[in-house]
Design a binder for this molecule. Structure first.
Ligand code: SAH
Length: 480
């Protein structure tokens, strides 16, 4: 940072503007807004400057800055001012003024000449008493103005009123709330409250005393968050606890994976917020979800964060809880039936079986870095079942890698699409034709891939929806 932005108090401070043209006028207007006492020296003055000088704060002095330089461009004269703006295009004057100002620690700005400035003015959004200053450190003033326009649009017109309101409440808040942290929480809550909203939207606002009472009460009721697993889709697979919590919640944040039938069970007058993610497209970024949870809990609400399957299985539930923990918000966790468990049951595929699989691995093909971080040697071992989450896009690499690491290409596979719901489809195949089966049967997300001998048991054990598996006869496995 080449320049430190600071806010300077110029009320009634002597300031000097050299020049009386359009540029000087702009600077004079800015200084008048800041309440400065201005002297403006020039041979002639714009009409508007003359008009402004009818007020108390602007004094005009007619002089030729070059001819009178012996009087004006001196340490004795310039030292009377706290801040000087040179708005003439005469380089001799600008350099002289700059040199004297530098030697005497006077703030000086030469319009359009950064080398002759010891301070520069930012682009300003003025919603007094709120002001926002944007600076490109002189590198790209037009960009700074562009940013200013964006901020202008973003900031509510009445934001200054809100600051004034807060100021009017300050004394009473100090009287009512002894601790510094308590007051900090009060203000955080206030600026986010319906009262602040009323003010920003020009609605009638109640008196200070009522506001302080209402916010203090809100702060007393502590909100909490329950991280709830909704299971794979069938609403009857919800736990009793999950059902109770979604029926008690004031607000429910849910993923795209949570089935519509489950959403139906949420209390009618609860707020329902979708923060749904589709693979690769995070409709609400994770840190924003974290912030939303914190914000609603801080309002004293009962918040449910409803996630497909189990919140701790490929669900980033841990990251959300860490954010809550940081803000001291109480939370609880309700496990759910994860997709592998739900899909395997509803597809009639036991994940383990004494003859075919002694262990089961849950893996995701949607890795933070690359799918290559998976342990292919372990995955390729026989006598085990692999349940692959988010595997559709990577199915080709998945089977190629497994086969390359020694897995039998004829290993049975099953792809369970929309498992446990009325739309469930089970497609069977072999490891070597996994991606073909996905493509030819138009499988879409959510789908779980089960790889292992047990997948073939679906032929005999399928039971859900009188479903007829899309079979691949060559894979039919006889149970001994
Ligand atoms: N936390 C979830 C998993 C989130 S990852 C859980 O425990 O189940 C999302 C992936 O889960 C999907 O891409 C898909 O592979 C799997 N999945 C979730 N619900 C599913 C369903 N009803 N049928 C098939 N696969 C499902």
């Amino acid at each position: 940072m080449n320049y430190l932005p600071i806010n300077i108090d110029l009320r009634n401070k002597p300031t000097l503007v050299l020049g009386g043209g359009g540029v000087a006028l702009r600077k004079i207007k800015m200084l008048l807004k800041a309440g400065a006492q201005i002297t403006c020296i020039s041979l002639y003055f714009e009409d508007e400057i003359q008009k402004l000088s009818k007020g108390q704060k602007l004094h005009l002095r007619k002089a030729d800055l070059v001819a009178d330089s012996a009087k004006i461009l001196t340490t004795a004269f310039l030292s009377k001012y706290q801040l000087v703006i040179t708005a003439t295009d005469n380089e001799f004057i600008a350099k002289r003024v700059y040199q004297i100002a530098q030697d005497n620690q006077i703030l000086v700005n030469t319009v359009d000449n950064r080398n002759l400035c010891n301070y520069i003015t930012p682009a300003i959004v003025d919603r007094s008493p709120i002001s926002v200053a944007i600076s490109s450190s002189g590198t790209a003033p037009v960009l700074a103005r562009n940013i200013r326009e964006k901020i202008e649009k973003m900031l509510p017109q009445n934001i200054g009123q809100l600051a004034k309101k807060a100021h009017s409440m300050r004394h009473a808040v100090i009287q009512n709330i002894a601790s510094f942290t308590g007051r900090k929480h009060f203000w955080e809550r206030f600026f986010d409250s319906e009262h602040a909203d009323d003010l920003l939207n020009n609605r009638e606002i109640v008196n200070n005393e009522t506001i302080i009472k209402s916010i203090t009460n809100q702060l007393k009721t502590k909100g909490e968050v329950a991280l709830v697993g909704a299971g794979p889709g069938d609403p009857e697979l919800l736990t009793i606890k999950a059902l109770r919590l979604i029926q008690e919640a004031d607000v429910v944040f849910h993923d795209r994976l949570v089935s519509p039938e489950i959403i139906e069970l949420v209390r009618r007058d609860a707020e329902l917020i979708s923060v749904g993610k589709t693979q690769g497209h995070h409709s609400v970024p994770q840190d924003q979800i974290n912030q939303l949870l914190v914000k609603h809990a801080q309002k004293g609400q009962k918040v449910v964060r409803l996630k497909g399957g189990d919140p701790f299985v490929f669900g980033r539930g841990g990251e959300e809880l860490q954010a809550l923990k940081q803000h001291g918000i109480k939370f609880s966790i309700v496990p759910g039936i994860t997709a592998a468990v739900g899909c395997s049951a509803y597809a009639g595929i036991p994940l383990t079986h004494r003859d075919f699989a002694q262990n089961v691995l849950f893996v995701t093909a949607h890795c933070k870095n690359s799918i290559d971080t998976l342990d292919w040697v372990s995955l390729a071992r026989e006598k085990q079942t692999i349940a692959v989450y988010m595997g559709l896009m990577k199915s080709e690499v998945l089977s190629a890698k497994l086969i390359a690491h020694g897995k039998n290409p004829q290993t049975p596979v099953a792809i369970v699409e929309n498992g446990t719901t009325q739309q469930q489809r089970v497609v069977r195949g072999q490891l070597q034709n996994l991606s073909e089966r996905i493509a030819s049967q138009n499988i879409s997300s959510p789908a779980l891939i089960i790889i292992g001998e047990v997948a073939a048991l679906n032929d005999d054990l399928a039971w859900f929806k009188n479903h007829e598996p899309i079979n691949n006869e060559t894979n039919r496995l006889k149970i001994a």
